[in-house]
Design a protein around this ligand. Structure first.
Ligand code: F6P
Length: 363
């Protein structure tokens, strides 16, 4: 019997989502003769049964497009704002899954999506997920699509900031996305040759950072690029967070609005200006890092994972995320992925390489 597949994109958009939708859709339809339907705006669209036909020409011409043709949202099935209230809409989602005659729901998303997908799997739905996020923080996969494109954009930004920092003898503090993980700031900082890289996984001492900048000045380099991950914390901020978490008997987790990130970044620039005597400027890359054309590597990864998802659905393997492992795409159990955040281990080879070329990591 023909299988019917639903697909949605959830969480922040990333370059490569359309390549993945195309990969899943084309392989499901052309290769396996399945029927596929899209749901708009993540789990909200499934709850409201807002569909998008993905047959015929719908999947043509989207490989190179940024964003997601399906639209996305951060809505969770079990905590959905509806008419001014936050409600558990899992039952409505299950009802629409069955009303559409689905055999499987494919969810393209990051850490939050993995948790939501696991909840739906536990409620009896057949679910397969693909890992996307510019943060690269999904567990059990080598990498996530979106990361490579964002890495390119952030690296290009650092390259451009170099010449202006050099000309004006300034410190430029560039804030890079990544939420709780430092992959993007570390990767772009290394690729762009930042002089200082600050990531959430290594709490920094502002005086140490200032000393490194002053040492460069003494060597005739009175300018510095400081690549700071949005979740980076000074030792004091880290200690305060841990103390609050201990009071609440919770794990110290940094989940903060962008305004707070920006506030901290501005404060860091002011402190460095004061401690070094050099003028400082701040550049917040923000959503630029998520926009536009996906890189070739992201198109390739998204297509690989998307077509592998179709193979696994054909084999009726559900309750899984399709992970990148070397050149292969492998299924991993959703319960092993959900709730895990892949942060940068302080002894990671990238950290060692950054130190190897003399980059200051603030510790
Ligand atoms: O998770 C991806 C991400 O871009 C983070 O790096 C960033 O902290 C967050 O999303 C921004 O979220 P929003 O799209 O809601 O502004």
């Amino acid at each position: 019997m023909t299988q019917s597949i639903g697909i949605l994109t959830s969480g922040g958009d990333t370059p490569g989502l359309n390549a993945a939708i195309r990969g899943v859709g084309k392989a499901c339809q052309s290769h396996y003769g399945m029927h596929i339907v899209g749901f708009r705006d993540g789990f909200r669209g499934l709850m409201e049964n807002r569909t998008m036909a993905l047959e015929g020409e719908a999947l043509s011409g989207i490989l190179t497009l940024g964003g997601t043709i399906l639209g996305t949202s951060r809505d969770k099935p079990h905590k959905m704002p509806v008419n001014g209230k936050v409600l558990d809409m899992t039952e409505a989602i299950i009802a629409n899954y069955h009303a559409n005659g689905l055999d499987c729901l494919v969810c393209l998303g990051g850490g939050g999506t993995m948790k939501n997908a696991l909840r739906l799997a536990a409620a009896g739905l057949n679910v397969v997920t693909l890992p996307k996020t510019i943060d690269n923080d999904v567990a059990l996969t080598d990498t996530t699509f979106g990361f490579d494109t964002a890495l390119g954009i952030a690296t290009d930004a650092i390259d451009r900031l170099h010449s202006t920092a050099h000309s004006h003898h300034r410190i430029i503090v560039v804030e890079i996305m990544g939420h709780r993980a430092g992959w993007l700031a570390l990767g772009a900082g290394i690729s762009g040759g930042a002089d200082v890289i600050l990531i959430p996984e290594i709490p920094y001492d502002v005086a140490t950072v200032a000393d490194a900048i002053k040492a460069r000045k003494r060597k005739g380099k009175p300018f510095s690029i400081v690549a700071v991950a949005e979740g980076a914390l000074s030792r004091q901020e880290f200690a305060a967070l841990q103390a609050t978490a201990a009071k609440k008997k919770k794990k110290a987790v940094v989940v903060e609005p962008e305004l707070l990130y920006a506030e901290r970044t501005l404060r860091l620039a002011q402190q460095l200006e004061k401690l070094t005597g050099l003028e400082a400027r701040v550049t917040i890359l923000g959503h630029l890092q998520r926009g536009g054309t996906p890189s070739a590597a992201d198109r390739l990864l998204a297509t690989r994972l998307g077509t592998a998802a179709a193979d696994l659905i054909q084999q009726r393997q559900y309750g899984i995320m399709v992970a990148a492992r070397g050149e292969s795409s492998v299924p991993v159990r959703l319960e092993d992925v959900a709730g895990q955040v892949k942060t940068v281990p302080p002894d990671h080879p990238w950290v060692a390489s950054a130190r190897g070329v003399g980059t200051n990591l603030g510790d």
